[in-house]
Design a protein around this ligand. Structure first.
Ligand code: HEM
Length: 180
């Protein structure tokens, strides 16, 4: 899986270089989230969201962000009052519905052998589908969503912190650049 991960890192660097050449500034965290989601999707279920290339955003990251926004809105409200937050709850359910539908379609294509894992080895989706009845379709969806939710923010945050520290410490940044 390491070559697949390196490919996503290369896509991130290419996208940043493109922005740099155009003289545009970027919000690094957003770019790191794109890379994290892309890496997890490619490695776990052989799927590209085309986060860096496409002008039209893929519906999965759009629904993913909509679910996060609605969940964060709920966090501002005491849990006892959540049942009153009909709009936020509807937004979460709608976004989760979209993501479930997309994952089901990805799983169906894999079962029907229309797609395969991105690397030589079986990916998470292959392993779960091979377990057959032990892994229900709902369980497959939940595991993939857990991977995407648990993996994207942790990775993007962990990668953002060193960038902040390097920007604040130019001498260390210069040493690092010289080293690589
Ligand atoms: C630098 C990156 C990461 C950090 C710092 C990090 C940190 C953590 C921490 C602290 C936990 C909670 C452990 C516990 O309470 O027992 C956790 C759980 C988890 N992480 Fe990560 N993680 C990272 C990347 C990832 C990635 C890339 C994935 C998957 C692609 C992932 C998947 C998970 C899963 C599935 C759980 C368990 C969630 C649950 O069911 O509660 N993590 N991680």
């Amino acid at each position: 899986m390491v070559p697949l991960m390196c490919e996503q890192a290369d896509c991130l660097v290419a996208a940043l270089e493109c922005k740099m050449r155009a003289g545009e500034s970027v919000h690094m965290y957003d770019y790191l989230v794109k890379m994290a989601l892309e890496t997890i999707a490619v490695c776990s279920m052989g799927t590209h969201f085309d986060s860096f290339d496409s002008t039209e955003p893929h519906p999965f990251p759009v629904a993913f962000q909509a679910a996060l926004d609605a969940m964060f809105a709920l966090l501002n409200v005491p849990t006892q009052l959540w049942s009153c937050c009909v709009l936020s709850i509807w937004r979460v359910q709608k976004a989760v519905g979209v993501m479930n539908g997309l994952i089901d379609e990805i799983a169906r294509k894999r079962v029907d052998k229309e797609t395969s894992s991105s690397g030589k080895a079986p990916d998470l989706l292959d392993i779960m589908l091979a377990e057959g009845s032990k892994s229900s379709r709902e369980n497959v969806r939940s595991q993939i969503l857990t991977f995407l939710f648990a993996g994207h923010d942790s990775t993007a945050a962990a990668m953002s912190s060193p960038i902040v520290f390097l920007v604040a410490n130019p001498r260390v940044e210069a040493r690092l650049v010289a080293e690589i």
